[in-house]
Design a protein around this ligand. Structure first.
Ligand SMILES: Cc1cc2nc3c(=O)[nH]c(=O)nc-3n(C[C@H](O)[C@H](O)[C@H](O)COP(=O)(O)O)c2cc1C
Length: 205
């Protein structure tokens, strides 16, 4: 499956993924997803919101500038959230989907309202209108009625609302294991899940 994605074009897959990181807590989810995306996609377009940068600095040692990457099998291009003149802003740019991870309630609300005022919200809007996968790894607690209504609107419009709620039934031992329970689920919804990813009780005979 990984090779198919990298080659692109097979089964309609382009090997291209859009990743946005916004200012909800959980920058580590976005950073881990990017690591996996580098293994599973040929081209990754990353956009970190202004507030996403600040929360990432508070929660990790990672400088967003270090996310850009290029080797023989994958290029990761860092995009300016204020620059609309980039490929993901247009429906003509073909890709396999977009994930916002973590996704703040602010970003979710703007997408739900059709406010495409930066590259992240515009690219998400494009996904919905072009019927491409849009996965929102939302993180907030508790949720108020406005959050719940916005998330309902997004689900009705075709987005996958995938809360950053880790699972514990495989007994994760480290924070990285816990993070992977969320990130692997997001990858599954982008058509890039590992065939070997563990499923509940499948290992038991
Ligand atoms: C340390 C920190 C943690 C935050 N965590 C969350 C969160 O988990 N969920 C959320 O919706 N907003 C959270 N916020 C608030 C957002 O950062 C804020 O609403 C921001 O305007 C979102 O901007 P963006 O969606 O453009 O990235 C947090 C803010 C800070 C400073």
């Amino acid at each position: 499956m990984i090779e198919v994605l990298r080659c692109g074009g097979d089964g309609g897959m382009t090997g291209r993924l859009i990743v946005a990181i916004t200012g909800a807590s959980g920058a580590v989810y976005g950073l881990r997803l990017l690591e996996l995306a580098r293994e599973r996609f040929a081209e990754v377009y990353v956009c970190v919101s202004q507030q996403g940068r600040r929360v990432m600095a508070a929660e990790t040692e990672t400088d967003p500038a270090s996310l850009a990457h290029c080797d023989g099998s994958c290029s990761v291009r860092l995009l300016d959230p204020n620059d609309m003149l980039t490929p993901p802003a247009s429906g003509s740019f073909r890709h396999d989907g977009m994930v916002i991870v973590p996704c703040s309630m602010g970003t979710a609300g703007r997408i739900a309202s059709g406010v495409s005022d930066d590259l992240i919200t515009r690219a998400a809007d494009v996904c919905l209108k072009e019927r491409r996968p849009l996965v929102l790894v939302v993180r907030e607690t508790p949720l108020n009625l406005i959050h719940l209504r916005n998330l309902t609107t997004l689900a009705e419009a075709g987005a996958i609302v995938l809360p950053a709620c880790p699972a514990f039934y495989h007994r994760p031992e480290t924070i990285a294991d816990v993070v992977d329970t969320v990130v692997e689920r997001a990858m599954q919804h982008l058509g890039a899940g590992l065939p070997s990813a563990r499923e509940w009780q499948v290992d038991r005979t």
